[in-house]
Design a protein around this ligand. Structure first.
Ligand code: ATP
Ligand code: MG
Length: 664
């Protein structure tokens, strides 16, 4: 086992005398240290897997880590091992301890759309920008552990006071719905740990060794969770890279790396210097770019995987041309080298850049998977069904109630719903509860009341059965009962309706598997889904397809060949970041992008780009000028040359058709 590691990695794995921080650049094997250390703790230190928790940043990373550890030892010895994100760990704690923080076990988890709706209602506005900034400021306060009360006390301007009051209303609403948002999943357990010694002890006893990946992106609350859990023993290993901190907008704080050193004076810091991922040229480019940021820690990184090809930097005429060019270069490269589709990734700053690439890939029949984009669980038809599951889990979840009671339409008019809302608000009860109250029943006509009551009775019956019956079967029955398929076809064209129904069936399959393999009840499944939606998609089967991903979602991953597109001012670095002076974070994002590549890297940018229907002249990203001239091959303005000769669409198609024929 230990022979798979270099001496520094081995030292990190074997160190058990106290807290340990592995601080090192991209691709240096930090994540490998974590997987190996899990195996080491069980095999050599005779720890019970149940007492070990590895925390990763995304669900995907968690899955991958479980898999990797699974290769190292038998499933038997791994039983009970926790490999999860901070949020799923928080959810697990909440499920067990909900009553201590004023929630029932079957609380709901609100998604960001529902959260935005509550904020929008309390602000009395539909101004998206305002809603978004309010949501994020509240989230920041939560992550900084500022309660509504404290926010109100601290406010020193009219604006801040207003914000603090909105925060208070928002929090009260969540409580009334018996719902939590993503931030609460970590904040509430931390509050609880601080207030309740007994509960804290229980969890400290249970999770005796913590391993944390991507430590640079933890926020204050997450840090405090680690600190509380490891308080006595200080038994943890954190790994991270300050140059890859890219979640400041979500409250992540690189300073947590430094704080670790002051909070744990006995902290053992181990640095890794060999990169096992990328050829030297790619690494040199990455190092060159990041050297323009001020340094928090001194680090060096080298690789002996060969020099590699120069990094290609290509100017394209327009975004359409860029998409076409990437598709073409990719196919040509695949033809030359015999690589698989899955060896390629196309990375970009924002989701909106994906659409045009998708079109080009689809035209040329190149299979692709998108991660970090609109998730499966964000589709309207899926959210419809999930609203039922949420309501079954928690009848006080009002946003879910509204969605479910109106989808499919069941003869409950808007006026009735408004009356129900007013009645419930007046008495501080949920919509579901209000349906059964005399006071409300008197207010509505029988024809309006009947469908409401039928609906609530149905939910009630499902609630009773959910903990007892197989999740998949029950979901099928639910779909039959609400006749969702018919409704889809009635309310949409046949083609989209068919594809929506297919998605629903896929959900049924997924839920069935969750029920069978993980013994999850319908209620537990619905809570699990809420978490999946937060960061990325669900399990994807291993298929031969190229990966499209935002830079954020590509963290920790690696691909033989990477295309990094849209390297222009205002995109990377993002316009907002330029305005607010956050260019350093964007540079780290660029660093993350470059360091995903193992063997080849192609960077593209456009001369002009269509925005809101208008052509705009664009400038190459400032980061491109930071690349070392000797290691890149440029075509375009960057070195005063011309943009890559644009290929007309028909020429392109003909060339590709030829290539595809050869590829078989
Ligand atoms: P990132 O900062 O991007 O998360 P990382 O530091 O976590 O990167 P890993 O993903 O653990 O790096 O490792 C990068 C690659 O190098 C992986 O393919 C891994 O299997 C390989 N690797 C790590 N350590 C060694 C080693 N000692 N010998 C051979 N290969 C290694
Ligand atoms: Mg890693």
């Amino acid at each position: 086992m230990l022979h798979l590691l270099n001496p520094a990695q081995r030292a990190a794995v074997q160190y058990l005398d106290g807290p340990c921080l592995v601080l090192a650049g991209a691709g240096s094997g930090k994540t490998r240290v974590i997987t190996q250390k899990i195996a080491y703790l069980i095999e050599k230190a005779s720890m019970d897997a149940r007492n070990i928790a590895a925390i990763t940043f995304t669900n995907k990373a968690a899955r991958e880590m479980s898999e990797r550890v699974g290769h190292l030892m038998s499933a038997d010895r791994l039983r009970g091992l926790t490999v999860s994100t901070f949020h799923s760990l928080g959810m697990r704690i909440m499920r067990e301890e909900a009553r201590h923080v004023g929630y029932k076990t079957q609380f709901s988890i609100l998604d960001s759309a529902d959260a935005a709706k509550i904020i929008s209602d309390s602000l009395g506005t539909t101004d998206k920008q305002l809603i978004r900034s309010t949501v994020s400021r509240i989230s920041m306060m939560k992550n900084d552990r500022i309660s509504p009360d404290k926010a109100i006390l601290q406010a020193d301007s009219e604006g801040e006071l207003h914000l603090a009051r909105i925060y208070r209303v928002y929090q009260d609403t969540l409580q009334a719905y018996q719902a939590v948002d993503f931030d609460d999943l970590i904040r509430l357990p931390v509050d609880l740990f601080e207030q309740n010694e007994e509960v804290l002890k229980k969890w400290q006893h249970r999770l005796r060794y913590l391993l944390i990946d991507e430590y640079q992106d933890t926020n204050l609350t997450q840090y405090q969770m680690v600190k509380l859990l490891t308080d006595i023993t200080g038994q943890f290993t954190a790994v991270g890279d300050d140059d890859q901190s890219i979640y400041a907008w979500r409250g992540a704080d690189m300073e947590n790396l430094r704080k670790l050193q002051s909070d744990f004076p006995k902290l053992q810091v181990i640095k890794l210097e060999q990169n096992y991922r990328s050829v030297a040229r790619i690494l040199k480019c990455a190092n060159a770019v990041i050297s323009n940021n001020p340094k928090l820690f001194e680090k060096t990184l080298w690789s002996d995987l060969g020099v590699g090809d120069p990094i290609q930097v290509i100017e394209c005429k327009s975004d359409e041309h860029e998409a076409e060019l990437v598709a073409m270069k990719l196919l040509a490269h695949k033809f030359e080298t015999g690589a698989d589709y899955k060896d390629y990734a196309i990375l970009y700053r924002g989701n909106h850049q994906a659409r045009i690439i998708e079109t080009a890939l689809r035209t040329h029949k190149i299979p692709y998977l998108i991660s970090g984009g609109q998730s499966f669980f964000d589709r309207a038809e899926i959210k419809d069904i999930l609203s039922y599951l949420r309501l079954i889990a928690n009848e006080n979840d009002d946003p879910a109630f509204i969605r479910a009671v109106t989808t499919p339409k069941r003869g409950v008019g808007n006026v009735t719903l408004e009356r129900l809302g007013a009645y419930a608000a007046d008495r501080q009860i949920s919509l579901y509860q209000a349906v059964y109250e005399e006071g409300f029943i008197w207010q509505v006509q029988g024809t309006q009341y009947e469908p409401l009551k039928t609906f609530c009775d149905f939910i009630g019956r499902m609630q009773f059965r959910a903990p007892r019956e197989p999740a998949g079967e029950l979901l099928k029955e639910l779909l039959d009962a609400i006749d969702y398929e018919t409704w889809l076809y009635d309310s949409d064209e046949p083609k989209p309706a068919e594809s929506k129904w297919k998605n629903v069936l896929e959900l049924v399959q997924w839920v069935t598997r969750q029920g069978e393999e993980k013994q999850r009840s319908l209620i537990e499944v619905s809570q699990t889904i809420a978490l999946i939606t937060m960061l990325e998609g669900r399990d994807e089967e291993e298929v031969d397809a190229i990966k499209m991903s935002t830079l954020h979602a590509s963290k920790g991953l690696e691909y033989p060949h990477v295309f990094l597109i849209g390297c222009e001012e205002d995109i990377l670095p993002h316009a907002n970041s330029i305005e607010t002076g956050m260019v350093e974070e964007e540079r780290r994002l660029m660093y993350v992008g470059i360091t995903r590549a193992q063997r080849t890297l192609t960077i593209t940018y456009c001369g002009k780009r269509k925005r809101a229907g208008e052509w705009q002249i664009t400038e190459p990203s400032r980061f491109l000028k930071e690349l070392p001239a000797d290691d890149i091959r440029v075509s375009g303005r960057l070195n005063g040359g011309k943009a890559e000769q644009a290929i007309s669409k028909s020429e392109g198609r003909a060339m590709l058709a030829g290539l595809l024929a050869k590829l078989g």
